[in-house]
Design a protein. Sequence first.
Length: 129
Amino acid sequence: MLATPYLMKRLTWGFQTLLDVEVLPTGRLFKLMSPLIYTQKNGVKWTIPTGFVTDLATVPRIFWAIYPPEGKYGEAAVVHDFLCNTSPCPRVVTDYVFREAMESCGVCWFTRWAMWAGVRGFAIVARRK
């Protein structure tokens, strides 16, 4: 089978490493035990270093039954936390990377949209303060 341009692109983006975390004593924070590497569809590579501390997905407790903090989108949430904390790009780009990373994790389109809308809404409200 010949590789199509779409297939070639798909093979070159996504997570290159697995999420390896240790639960910290608080029970809600996690520390990366090895680097997490994500490459965007456009080829931009993000490396989240060993030792980075995250809460995975920051989801209000009322939604935990539907969207638990440790969901299928965990790797994408770590990338988003890292980009928010280090500010290497505008927040709108950070949120786009989160949505794209969730796609690479196999998260369904509705959950991707809901999680993305949540982080965009928070960013808009937080910016007004």
